[in-house]
Write a protein that binds this ligand. Structure first.
Ligand code: PAF
Length: 289
């Protein structure tokens, strides 16, 4: 496994591998790797000959009051995990090389970037898309892997790739959860014991929504919203940022639930902001009827 810090060296390593006919599989991360990231790496290992993991805490996707400085960082541990997973290259560029003085080009997927996470975190997706596009341009992969845990991010990246005709296949991988149902996230380490118990309500609330839609045939968005919010509201340490039922492609709120929808939420538990989502699809009407 090789650790590469400079952009031109990363480009050169990939150029050589491509010249030998190798398929490049790329997992972009901000480090603090957990089993969710490792599931992406394992899928990358299946599809690619060369696996590149980027570890870059991207300053452009943090707001001025957010946790850029305190975001968990542990390159030594991340490196050990990547070695165990037979990663070929870690790409850990310096922010000053990614965003040199005078940097002024940003990518924005209009509309999708300003709702939900984007409404709560202005500039977040502009920062994500700019970093992802730059990383894709340097790593030049055949495949790039994203987790469904950050579903809005995945939809936005897919839209950017389509709109800008980028020659990469985006592979989405399922959310990985701990045994208690909490979706893996680098920020989970900040939860104390009672906050961790509260975090279990997220999955419970989303499951409640899924059961309403899939098993009980509820098609009213308002009813699903109210009942899911009730589950979250039962725990007074949870502050709901948003809960939304949306179309999986446009991310718009449907009038009624007639096909697949995403249930997306963000909450604060103490000082920690957590997001989660699941998809739900009502049973198709019986054709005989
Ligand atoms: O999901 C993340 O970890 C980040 O948003 C990403 C995709 C690595 C871009 O910085």
């Amino acid at each position: 496994m090789e650790l590469i810090r400079r952009l031109h060296l990363m480009r050169e390593a990939v150029r050589k591998a491509r010249a030998e006919g190798k398929k490049i599989a790329f997992v972009p991360t901000m480090g603090a790797l957990h089993d969710g990231h490792l599931a992406l790496v394992r899928r990358a290992r299946e599809l690619g000959d060369i696996v590149v993991v980027s570890i870059f805490v991207n300053p452009e996707q943090f707001g001025p009051d957010e946790d850029y400085d305190t975001y968990p960082r542990d390159l030594a541990r991340d490196t050990d995990l990547c070695v165990e997973e037979h990663v070929d290259f870690i790409f850990a560029p310096d922010p000053k090389e990614m965003y040199p003085d005078g940097f002024r080009t940003y990518v924005e997927v209009e509309g999708l970037s300003s709702i939900l996470e984007g409404a709560s975190r202005p500039g977040f997706f502009r920062g994500v898309c700019t970093a992802v596009l730059k990383l894709l341009s340097v790593v030049n992969p055949h495949f790039a892997f994203f987790g469904q845990k950050d579903m809005q991010q995945a939809v936005i990246v897919q839209t950017m790739v389509r709109d800008l005709n980028l020659n990469v296949e985006i592979v989405l991988c399922p959310t990985v959860r701990d045994d208690d149902g909490v979706a893996l996230s680098s920020r989970n380490v900040r939860l104390n014991v009672s906050e961790r118990v509260s975090a279990m309500a997220l999955r419970r609330a989303l499951e409640r929504g899924r059961v309403l839609i899939e098993d009980q045939g509820v098609s009213s968005v308002e009813e699903v919203e109210t009942k899911v919010r009730d589950v979250l509201g039962a725990d007074e340490s949870i502050k709901i940022d948003y809960f939304a039922v949306v179309d999986p492609v446009s991310l718009e709120r449907p009038e009624t639930i007639g096909g697949e929808v995403l249930l997306l939420l963000a909450v604060w538990i103490g000082q920690t902001r957590l997001i989660d989502n699941i998809s739900a699809c009502p049973e198709p009407p019986d054709e005989a009827e």
